[in-house]
Design a protein around this ligand. Structure first.
Ligand code: XIL
Length: 381
């Protein structure tokens, strides 16, 4: 056998290995390749994946994606669980995994009202009241320490997450807003820039493409930050969608509006509930169809109700509906590929998803691509 022939044989034999599971060698295009010239394709990762105990998960991530977001490990409750005590072990492994495999590493997040340890909102020992000065100090130290720890290694940070309320256009009544005032937003962006000058800085929220008042406030927020000398590079539309909401037209319009502000647009936490009107029986009842937001602790409730078993597999009709919806959404993203810099799925497999009850992702529990995966591939023209 000639050298050349031998090489072809090796290549041929190795093709099934580099194809996603369930794909033949001829269909060996991957998501990151298909969207290579459009935007990054990311996925939120958990410790089992980035520590590679979930080997299949890690392999699939490296085959299909070129960006990662930390599903939980860089949130305040993980990085500073106690006043002034920082823990970076898990975060360091997350970042190292990304660097080792040349992925675009995202930071999520620096300031959020959720997964915020209780001490942050409490007065210091002996004091009666949490003062503005104390909370500003805590915020400053947190941002400088966490963003500073990863300085130069993070492509972009979700600096502030979910600071706007639903349905009213008001700022969210978080401890930061209540105790510091609206300026906490300016301070957060300025400190993040100081801590890691080369990291991109994002504002990240959900339902901006669903709730016009919320979107209007987000636009006002961007202008307010800039008017006060803070740099903001991008907007994160979380993208927790369902089969109906938000409409493709609203997503389209919203991306356009943020792009017009000169922002990089990112879809940061994409998942699509495959089951309309999904309810967790015995728990809170049906999710409202008009909201793309599941109950905050839905995944925990699912487990709490003794449901360690996976939900019923989707019917072929449900698979098709999910695929069509993903195709529709990615059609919009493709159209806006000049403004969009990254689309990140909020989890790899349905089994990894915080909305597992609604089978919202494009890989099933067995790491197999669902019809929705192929619809996403197809939308890249
Ligand atoms: C979720 C995680 O996926 C869950 O594991 C965790 O229990 C709760 O948070 N908006 C965000 C994400 O910005 O950080 C949230 O992630 C989902 C909603």
């Amino acid at each position: 056998m000639t050298h050349h022939r031998f090489l072809s044989l090796v290549l041929l034999l190795s093709l099934p290995l580099i194809s996603p599971p369930g794909l033949s060698a001829t269909e060996a295009r991957t998501l990151k390749d298909a969207y290579h010239d459009a935007f990054l394709i990311g996925v939120a990762v958990n410790p089992a994946q980035f520590e590679e105990t979930d080997k299949k998960g890690a392999e699939l991530i490296l085959r299909e994606f070129n960006s990662i977001s930390p599903e939980n490990v860089l949130k305040w409750e993980h990085t500073e669980p106690r006043d002034g005590e920082f823990t970076f072990a898990a975060g360091d492994r997350y970042v190292a995994f990304g660097e080792q495999h040349h992925l675009a590493v995202i930071g999520h997040n620096l300031v959020w009202h959720n997964q915020l340890p209780a001490w942050v909102s409490q007065p210091p020992a002996g004091a009666e009241k949490l003062t503005r000065e104390v909370l500003l100090d805590r915020l400053h130290r947190h941002i400088m320490t966490v963003a500073g720890h990863y300085r130069g290694r993070i492509l972009g940070w979700d600096v502030v997450n979910e600071a706007i309320a639903d349905g009213t256009g008001a700022y969210r009544d978080s401890v930061f807003y209540r105790v510091i005032g609206k300026e906490f937003l300016v301070m957060a962006f300025k400190w993040a820039q100081e801590a890691d000058p080369h990291a991109e800085l994002y504002y990240n929220d959900y339902n901006l493409d669903q709730d016009d008042k919320k979107r209007a406030t987000a636009i006002e927020l961007i202008k307010y930050l800039r008017a006060n000398g803070a740099r903001v590079d991008g907007i994160g539309l979380q993208g927790h969608y369902n089969l109906t909401y938000p409409s493709a037209a609203k997503i389209d319009e919203t991306i356009g509006m943020f792009a017009d502000l000169g922002l990089k647009v990112m879809i940061t936490e994409l998942d699509v509930q495959a089951i309309a009107n999904q309810s967790i029986s015995g728990a809170v009842g049906a999710f409202p169809t008009t909201s793309t937001r599941p109950p905050a602790n839905a995944a925990k409730r699912w487990r709490g109700w003794g449901r360690s078993q996976p939900p019923k597999p989707l019917t072929p009709e449900q698979q098709t509906a999910l695929a069509e919806r993903y195709g529709e959404i990615f059609g919009v993203f493709w159209k806006h590929r000049a403004a969009i810099t990254r689309v990140t799925f909020w989890g790899l497999r349905d089994a990894d998803s915080w909305r597992r009850y609604a089978s919202p992702l494009i890989f099933d529990d067995n790491y197999q691509p669902k019809p929705a995966y192929f619809a996403v591939l197809k939308a890249a023209k």
